[in-house]
Ligand binder design. Structure first.
Ligand code: NAP
Length: 284
């Protein structure tokens, strides 16, 4: 039976340690890490995510602001707001909650964020840093997964790592981080042929596709480490991962549950990166 990687407990521990580090930074340097989250429109899921981020930031002692904007805001108005926060020294992290309404070009908005405040790590400067082996602001979900590997003592060097899914948010940065950690990485996607033959060779299998219970035991090698990023809701609102936990758990050596696995680490890494940005602003 696999060891369950408890992302919830790890996230709580890290957030509590972060609150101590934030107090110390304030006492010693007079600086409070500041995070602004910009939310456009009424997407219910986005509202929940943003509220959770707001609460976690406040609990960790951050200076936190949420800007809630109407869905019909123009792109120019939104860009002007982002620019205002780029120049506001109280904020070390700026996050624009995606998705944005269809009339707004997401890329233009992401690229308008000062790369040094881009705590989501989506700006091309940060993508470039990541793929050049000099990661700074890294997308929070894969960053959280790397933290889990570290804390659970899962070695990556020389391992066969297979990432299923190649989104800019999860799959691609995950592949870059695994490569940086000296794993031998295979990146797969919806056009990949014979997927199960490839995943079957994985020592480390990270799945981020958005399809409930897609990866069954047939896709998994005995003793593999299986990380499930998926967050899929069924008709009753119940959460399911991309991995069929019941059939895969007996074969895996480590596995993340859904909920309580990867999800809680994402917000934690957002706060960690904002804290690090605040330290960097002091020249550390
Ligand atoms: P996305 O942007 O929709 O990308 C999905 C990726 O999966 C694409 O690269 C797609 O391939 C690939 N894919 C789809 N069907 C496939 C199949 N049958 N075989 C192989 N690859 C397939 O999704 P995402 O933003 O990466 O999110 C993925 C999942 O993770 C979702 O359930 C999302 O809710 C969840 N998520 C969770 C967190 C968290 O904090 N826990 C954070 C982000 C996302 P193509 O590129 O060829 O289309």
């Amino acid at each position: 039976m696999a060891i369950r990687i408890d992302g919830k407990a790890l996230a709580q521990k890290m957030q509590s340690e972060l609150a101590d580090k934030v107090s110390l930074l304030k006492a010693e340097k007079g600086v409070v890490p500041g995070l602004v989250v910009i939310l456009v429109g009424d997407d219910p899921a986005s509202h929940i995510y943003v509220r959770n981020k707001e609460r976690a930031a406040e609990k960790a002692g951050f200076y936190s602001e949420t800007v809630r904007l109407s869905a019909d805001i123009s792109q120019e108005e939104l860009l002007a707001i982002v620019d205002k926060y780029n120049h506001d020294d109280r904020f070390h992290g700026i996050l624009v909650q995606l998705p944005l309404p269809a009339h707004i070009d997401e890329d233009s908005v992401v690229l308008a964020i000062d790369p040094d405040k881009d705590v989501d790590g989506f700006h091309h400067v940060n993508t470039g840093r990541l793929w050049s082996g000099q990661p700074m602001m890294v997308p929070c979900t894969p960053a959280g997964i790397m933290k889990m590997f570290e804390v659970y003592g899962i070695s990556l060097e020389g391992k066969n790592a297979v990432v299923v899914g190649r989104s800019n948010i999860v799959g691609k940065p995950m592949a870059a981080l695994l490569l940086e950690a000296n794993a031998t990485v295979t990146s797969t996607h919806s056009k990949t042929c014979h997927l199960s033959e490839i995943t079957h060779k994985a020592d480390i299998l990270v799945v981020a596709i958005g399809k409930a219970n897609f990866i069954t035991a047939d896709y998994v090698k005995n003793g593999a480490v299986v990380i499930d990023v998926g967050m899929n809701r069924d008709a009753d609102g119940k959460l399911a991962g991309d991995v069929d936990f019941a059939s895969v758990e007996p074969k895996a050596s480590y596995i993340t549950p859904v909920p309580g696995g990867v999800g809680p680490m994402t917000i934690t890494m957002l706060l960690e990166q904002t804290y690090e940005a605040a330290r960097r602003s002091l020249g550390h």
